[in-house]
Design a protein around this ligand. Structure first.
Ligand code: SAH
Length: 209
């Protein structure tokens, strides 16, 4: 199942003109398939409402959409990326459906959802640590559970961020994130980023009744 999903997601195209300021790094198909497979095993996708915050060209939203969700909403602030995401919908499968929303994912134009999936900006570029904080805060507000990709070494930060809000980090996995040379400051053809992905149960899921 995971291989089949990775195969399907390999049709997803990345950014045409990636913005370094917006940290536009597309998630590789293998990592997206791994994350969504894990989410599906936990019962967090099928029959659920899923939101992808900072969807870029749609990789995580489209992957979720193949797993029989109730609905998938994807928020992105860059209209050019969203245009590619819409095209990717037909590349992956004419049958999948995502609602694409142009807007600020840290103040998402959404009411509650069951599950958030996201690969937010890491804050590596502007030397600004934890630009992902605002995305985690949005996930905490919106969802029962979230799956998010961060810089390697972010576990303690995410763990305490969740604990401060009555939530809990329940699963973690590490991955190597291959990025094609896309920005001038990259010196080699291919760079590898060490990343970690986390599953967090937020307080709404954990409070009794
Ligand atoms: N989630 C995609 C893209 C990752 S790159 C994938 O997995 O392939 C991070 C994305 O977040 C970029 O597309 C960037 O434009 C978007 N982004 C950054 N800040 C944002 C904000 N405040 N609101 C919405 N999108 C934002």
């Amino acid at each position: 199942m995971k291989r089949a999903l990775e195969q399907r997601l390999s049709a997803v195209e990345g950014f045409r003109d990636p913005s370094a300021a917006l940290e536009q790094y597309p998630t590789p198909a293998d990592i997206a398939a791994h994350l969504l497979h894990l989410a599906d095993l936990h019962g967090d996708v099928a029959g659920r409402t899923v939101a992808d915050l900072g969807t870029g060209t749609g990789m995580l939203a489209l992957g979720a959409a193949t797993r029989n969700p109730e609905r998938v909403l994807a928020v992105e602030r860059d209209p050019d990326a969203l245009a590619v995401a819409r095209e990717n919908e037909t590349r992956v499968d004419p049958g999948v459906r995502v609602d694409w929303l142009l807007g600020d994912a840290t103040r998402p134009p959404l009411s509650r959802v069951d599950t958030v999936v996201m690969n937010p900006p890491f804050g590596a570029q502007r030397g600004q640590r934890h630009a992902d904080r605002a995305f985690l805060a949005a996930a905490a507000e919106l969802a029962d559970v979230s799956y998010s990709i961060h810089n390697a070494g972010s576990k303690a930060f995410v763990e305490s961020f969740a604990a401060d809000r009555g939530g809990e980090l329940t699963h973690a996995f590490a991955a190597e994130f291959d990025v094609d040379r896309q920005f001038e400051f990259h010196t080699s053809e291919r760079e590898t980023l060490d990343v970690e992905a986390f599953r967090v149960e937020w307080a709404t899921r954990r409070s009794p009744g």
